[in-house]
Design a protein around this ligand. Structure first.
Ligand code: AMP
Length: 279
C-alpha cells in the first residue's frame, strides 16, 4: 500500500491504472477509521484498485464545531487500510486541496434544507465541494458512502446526477456496535455514562420501527413518541427527529416503505446521528 499526499502524484498513478484497464473504487473518509469505514473499503474491493482518502475537510465544519478536536490517528488508519487491501491512501494537506485564493463551491438547494443541513448551515456546501473535488482527482468508477449519513448519501447521489459526474455511487449499510450504537469516529468523545446514554438513539429508532410495523402512519405520532423516549435519558438532548422522503429529504405526510426516519441527538456535548429506512 502506498501513501500519497499530492494531487499530481495521485493523478499520475490513476492515469497508469486507467491505461492498464483497471477499475477503481474510492472511499472518502475523514479518518479515525472503524469497521463502518472498513465495510466500505471491503465492498470497494469489487474493483481492481481501491483508493481511500483520509482528509478532515475544514470546509464542512461550522465555526463552533469540532474541526480541531476531531480524532486523528494516521498511522493506525494506514495499518487498518492496509489490512483490508487498500492500494492507496490519499492524505493531502488542506493547502493541497484549497489554494489560498480558492473561491469555487458546489452549493445544493432543496435536499440540504432539512435535517443536518438545517442544523449545520454550510455543512453540505463543504461536503459537496470536497467530494466533487475528490471525485475529479481520483476519477473512480465507483465511490462508496455509508447509509449512516443518509442525507449525505442522497445529496452526493443528486450532485453526481445533476453535475453529470461519471461515477457510480454505492450506499453501504450502517455498521453498529454489539449493543446497537452506530459506529462513529465521534463515539470516542463519549465517557462511560454518555456511552450508555447514547443507546437511546437506536432505542428510539427501534421504537419507531415497531410503531410503523403496527400500522402507525402519522409521522407526528411516531416522532413525538421518539422525542418522549429520548427525553427520558437525562444526558440526551434532541437536535432533530424527522420522518422524510429518503430521496428528496422533504417532510412527508404519511409514513410509507422508503420513508427515512433520521435523528440527531446531543449526548452531553457530542452530536450523534442515526437513521433507519422503514421497510
Ligand atoms: P466519515 O469519516 O465519518 O466522514 O465517514 C466516511 C464514510 O464512512 C461515510 O460515507 C460514512 O457514511 C461512512 N460511515 C461512517 N460510519 C459508518 C457506519 N457506522 N456504518 C457504515 N458507514 C459508515
Amino acid at each position: 500500500m502506498e501513501t500519497v499526499t499530492t494531487v499530481a502524484e495521485l493523478r499520475s498513478i490513476v492515469k497508469q491504472w486507467k491505461k492498464e484497464g483497471k477499475s477503481i473504487g474510492f472511499v472518502p473518509t475523514m479518518g479515525y477509521l472503524h469497521e463502518g469505514h472498513g465495510s466500505l473499503i471491503s465492498r470497494a474491493r469489487e474493483n481492481d484498485r481501491v483508493v481511500v482518502s483520509i482528509f478532515v475537510n475544514p470546509m464542512q465544519f461550522g465555526e463552533n464545531e469540532d474541526f480541531s478536536s476531531y480524532p486523528r490517528d494516521f498511522e493506525r488508519d494506514c495499518r487498518f487500510c492496509g489490512s483490508l487491501g487498500t492500494d492507496i491512501v490519499f492524505h493531502p494537506d488542506p493547502s493541497e486541496i484549497y489554494a489560498s485564493d480558492f473561491c469555487t463551491f458546489v452549493d445544493m438547494s432543496r435536499l440540504t434544507e432539512n435535517l443536518c443541513g438545517k442544523s449545520r448551515p454550510g455543512h453540505f456546501r463543504g461536503v459537496c465541494t470536497v467530494v466533487a473535488k475528490l471525485l475529479n482527482i481520483v476519477n473512480p468508477d465507483r465511490a462508496y458512502f455509508g447509509e449512516k449519513d443518509a442525507q449525505q448519501l442522497a445529496v452526493i447521489k443528486r450532485m453526481v446526477r445533476d453535475l453529470n459526474i461519471d461515477v457510480e455511487i454505492i450506499g453501504c449499510p450502517i455498521v453498529r456496535e454489539h449493543d446497537g450504537l452506530a459506529k462513529s469516529s465521534r463515539n470516542t468523545y463519549l465517557n462511560g455514562d454518555e456511552r450508555k446514554a447514547a443507546l437511546v438513539l437506536n432505542k428510539a429508532l427501534s421504537y419507531a420501527e415497531m410503531l410503523a410495523k403496527k400500522g402507525v402512519t402519522d409521522p407526528e405520532t411516531i416522532t413525538s413518541a421518539m422525542i418522549e423516549l429520548i427525553k427520558s435519558e437525562p444526558l440526551a438532548k434532541v437536535d432533530y427527529v424527522k420522518a422524510v422522503n429518503s430521496i428528496t429529504m422533504e417532510d412527508i405526510e404519511k409514513i410509507n416503505p422508503q420513508t427515512l426516519i433520521a435523528i440527531a441527538v446531543y449526548i452531553g456535548k457530542t452530536r450523534l446521528i442515526d437513521n433507519l429506512i422503514v421497510r
